[in-house]
Design a protein around this ligand. Sequence first.
Ligand code: AMP
Length: 503
Amino acid sequence: MSNTAIPLSNEISFADLKLAQPLMRAIADAGYEHPTPVQAQAIPLVLAGGDLLAGAQTGTGKTAGFTLPILHLLTAKPVANQRAGRPRCLILVPTRELAAQVEESVQTYGKYLALKSMVMFGGVNINPQIKALRGQMDILVATPGRLLDHVGQKTLDLSGVEILVLDEADRMLDMGFIRDIKKILALLPKQRQNLLFSATFSDEIKTLADGLLHNPGYVEVARRNSTVELIEQSVHMVPQKLKNYLLAHLIKHHDWKQVLVFTRTKHGANRLAEKLNADGIPAAAIHGNKSQPARTKALAQFKDGTLPVLVATDIAARGLDIDQLPHVVNFELPNIPEDYVHRIGRTGRAGSSGAAISLVDSEELSYLKSIERLIKREIPKVVVGSFVPPTNLPAEAPRPPRQQHGQRRHSNTTASAPRPAGAGNRNQPSRDGQGQKPRQPRDQQQPRHPQQRGPQARSGQQPVKPRPPQNPPADQKHLSEAARHQSMPQPALFSPRPARRSK
Ligand code: AMP
């Protein structure tokens, strides 16, 4: 693997990259003045025709980092008698939203070129895609499941692929796409250029890269966990059962207009969106169980500002590029610390500042510690002095036991039962709407609600001082008991004292 020393983006301009004139015009139209670091490093390597291993995630400008040189290369080497349904470049991505975004970028940067692109993902009618495949198509952006469906139906011919891109390869592996990827690789011509983009370099990624890439160039741009300075991060300590009240309060109190809220489960996302709507705050949930049109509509409304709150699971939100998102809320902390970095990377983009707020139950403190270790900083705990918890909380049903920290769940029902490879849960659509999936994606995990785990489990609970109700409900009695029994030192929760205001 060669490590190429390329000047930083502020030392080189787009003109230095020697891209074709129509691309330079599109770049100027997009308002880009300088290449981002990943573009400055990746574009020359791709233009030189070699394979590439790039460590970069959404928000770094990586899409233009591979799209611009690909458009340049395909235009510079036109193919005579290009056949229908036979792409020259295949870009594989893990999610439908990312597929749509990447193809939009291809169109944006290629708008002055004669090249044609197409996006292909599951969860939508296959027939319009079959029809589109009868026309010219140079660049195909696809999720693996639907792509293999087309191959099976012989509507797509992959024998003409000159350039392959695996975008967000780590997430593809995480979502159990490795078998699909291997099947797809077997369908491609041996002679081709391979570009692999991944936010992390796990052993699995290294194995994939070793088998796929030939003497690759290597670029790595600063990870979000070292570039989060622009994002103002804070933690509000709050029992799980009060989180939706606190969130509604924060949105109303600060008049937040665009908030992306992360929940750990699809079920939790639905429930929270319902509660916010009931509270007069328009909100929609996006996750793998939602139909593609519903996801697209919610995302479009969120982007254009008509929907103030989007509640998403990690998988659904992965790769979402929403410009200058002002607020990201972690309704629950992720149990994988890296996911925190991915989540808050949705804000503070393109040099703009943003705020990332985490609502943390005392039972999530170990998650918080792991996150703080990863980002090498303590996240300030901020008291929301203006919040008065409600007194009449509804009682809730008991809960299953809690997941180990850092452990990924692979089943929606029993945490330990292994599923045979390819045996998809019929109650859950697959990652891109296809039936087969060897592994359960993370956004199909069990909900966890600390307040529903019984009094002992709650002994680390925060002291809550709601106004004394006439007849306190049973679960509130537990809360005050928990407050009395708590053994470890806790940060303050809600205080009548004047407190530092959250953003
Ligand atoms: P990506 O990491 O590819 O999802 O890109 C993140 C955002 O950066 C997108 O909204 C792009 O439009 C934007 N972007 C990409 N390249 C540049 C650039 N050179 N200058 C300014 N913005 C850029």
